[in-house]
Design a binder for this molecule. Structure first.
Ligand code: PEP
Ligand code: MN
Length: 377
């Protein structure tokens, strides 16, 4: 059961206390409180978990400060949409807003390599107005003999450079719980010059202990990448694991699924699931065209196939984009063959903006049509 409070109700105020007192009569039911930043307002939601069938909905509906009560199915209790008029599960992190209406481009290398390369990249991003980046310090590699990432050793200079170039959020993969602590320590020691989004990679998509670890902290938001062989239902359940530990600041990322049917691309693009994820859950949706396509082939029309894939996801309403880039792709220690070069980024952003504007126009037309229908025209 989700109790949606009226706007501007204080999560520590008397209205919430009243609800918690009432719920305390039901020992099988646990309550947790969450502030949700919707598109136009901030609302508090109280989640009742456990055997809620005995909790009388009508009584709660009449309590002070309550706007509405929604009984939720057992599926995706916390991240689920449960009806078209529920608020998005959006959040603000380090001054950047993430929700199902937002749009952000995260550029950067697969793996951190040298301060020179990272500095060059960040300077370019800043010139392009990009303040959200991606890069891996911990890399899960298919072969144990491949470069595994510089690990915690690179974090101090990475964060310092991010601060220098005005980067607000770095999406960075973590492979185990201790990595969260290492990132936390390095950020604090550097004086918090930037923010970090903890990325769960496709290879850890059902590592439930890791999901619980990122879910049980609330300092950092989580970018959850769909497992390369997971159904959408399994991927959404994995996000529910994170949320059920208390952290609802989650973005789900589609990055293609593994099948020979996607050949010659690295994965089969699954971006048609962008609107489906938005219908089933309240989470913002990211797409990763780089790892879907996996190679910088240029189509016959002159457009990179990575850009064609990006356009598919953006025109379907994606809220965030991960694109790999490197100043010297031939020297990159990981995934150089799929990285965009610095002199291609301006074009890339222009192309992306065309798809984003097309999506906004499509949405406007569709809503106009719906409005007509509602009015009986
Ligand atoms: C990455 O984004 O660097 C990455 C390793 O992606 P994935 O987990 O989707 O393979
Ligand atoms: Mn990569």
């Amino acid at each position: 059961m989700i109790i949606i409070m009226k706007p501007d109700i204080d999560p520590a105020g008397d209205e919430i206390k009243g609800i918690l007192n009432f719920v305390a009569q039901f020992p099988e039911v646990k309550a947790s409180i969450s502030g949700i930043r919707g598109t136009s307002r901030v609302v508090t939601e109280v989640y009742l978990i456990g055997s809620t069938h005995d909790v009388p909905q009508e009584n709660i509906e009449k309590m002070a400060g309550v706007e509405r009560v929604v009984r939720v199915s057992s599926k995706y209790r916390q991240i689920g949409r449960h009806g078209r008029d529920m608020e998005h599960l959006g959040f603000e992190y380090n001054g950047i807003n993430f929700d199902q209406d937002a749009f952000h481009i995260f550029l950067g290398p697969c793996a951190v390599d040298t301060p020179e390369n990272i500095g060059t990249m960040l300077r370019h991003f800043q010139q392009l107005g990009i303040n959200t980046v991606r890069m891996g310090a911990y890399k899960p590699r298919t072969s144990p003999y491949d470069f595994q990432g510089h690990g915690k050793g690179c974090l101090p200079w990475v964060f310092e450079l991010c601060g220098k170039y005005g980067i607000k959020v770095v999406s960075m993969e973590v492979l185990k719980e201790i990595h969260i602590e290492e990132i936390d320590n390095a950020l604090k020691e550097a004086g918090n010059p930037t923010g970090v989004m903890l990325q769960i990679g496709t290879r850890n998509a059902q590592n439930f202990e890791l999901l619980k670890a990122v879910g049980s902290q609330s300092t950092y938001p989580v970018l959850y990448k769909r497992g390369m062989g997971l159904s959408l239902e399994e991927a959404l359940n994995a996000c529910e694991y994170i949320a059920s530990e208390g952290n609802r600041n989650i973005i789900i990322c589609l990055r293609g699924v593994k099948t020979r049917l996607g050949d010659p691309h690295r994965n089969l693009t699954d971006f048609i699931h962008v609107p489906v994820v938005k219908r089933l859950s309240r989470l913002p949706v990211c797409i990763d065209p780089t790892h879907s396509v996996g190679i910088k082939d240029v189509a016959m029309d002159g457009i990179f196939e990575i850009c064609h894939a990006a356009a598919q996801g953006i025109i379907a309403g994606a809220n965030m984009l991960l694109i790999e880039a490197h100043p010297k792709p031939e020297m990159a220690l990981c995934d150089g063959a799929q990285a965009m070069r610095m002199d291609e980024l301006e074009y890339l952003i222009e192309d992306i903006n065309i798809a984003r504007n097309a999506y906004l126009q499509r949405k406007e037309i569709a809503q106009r049509q719906l409005f007509k229908k509602w009015k009986g025209h």
